[in-house]
Design a protein around this ligand. Sequence first.
Ligand SMILES: Cc1cc2nc3c(=O)[nH]c(=O)nc-3n(C[C@H](O)[C@H](O)[C@H](O)COP(=O)(O)O)c2cc1C
Length: 220
Amino acid sequence: MKTILYITSSVRSFKEEETQHQSITRLLGERFLEQFRLRYHDVEIIHRNLSIDPPSFLTQEFIAAAFEKAELTSEQKAVLKMSDQYIEEIKQANIIVIASPMYNYGMPAVLKAWFDQVIRVNKTFSFDLARGDEPLEPILSGKSLVLLASWGEFNFRKGENKYHLNHLSSHIEQLAPYLGAEQFFEIASEYQEFSDDRHRASKLSALTQVKELANNLASI
Ligand SMILES: Cc1cc2nc3c(=O)[nH]c(=O)nc-3n(C[C@H](O)[C@H](O)[C@H](O)COP(=O)(O)O)c2cc1C
């Protein structure tokens, strides 16, 4: 059996029967899961819809509990409960699919809040000054991370002239090892704000790539 952790973060929804104001990242996510299920039947999907059920922001109490070395109090356990649950979901997953829009050149706040909850000392990374200037090391391994993105402008892909403005893809790629991801894939639809032929072509191309990637990952 394979487990896919599916994280969605757009404030827009996606419904098959509607045509207006549909989330492109959710569309790409749905098509990925659909295609994967066609190729690989024994799959469990854990869906975290962060815009409907947003993670809490970190607090001083959270940090204190996360770094506590002694036995945790019941209050501290309660503060970490959601984080524990999110981390458990990551541990279970073979593939993590993150469907994320670009908001203000980066990831949505709810997605950043989720990363802040799951990148946690002695759970998803270890910290040891004996390693010198690089004391952090990921704990989890063996997973694949798929980023399904959409943005209104264009030329934000790696190697293109506006990649340096894209803080969404580079940020998530940088964080990927802390989720245990050893492989990082990204598919993006561009030009959403222009609603023109370039947008239609880009979306279509993203959908084709999604299908191919789902087939490939399902056959590993
Ligand atoms: C609050 C907000 C901020 C956005 N910021 C950017 C941006 O900085 N750059 C960009 O190219 N598009 C930006 N967009 C456009 C979205 O990335 C685009 O609409 C994308 O398709 C959203 O994903 P979704 O279709 O899954 O909702 C923004 C949209 C919203 C609603």
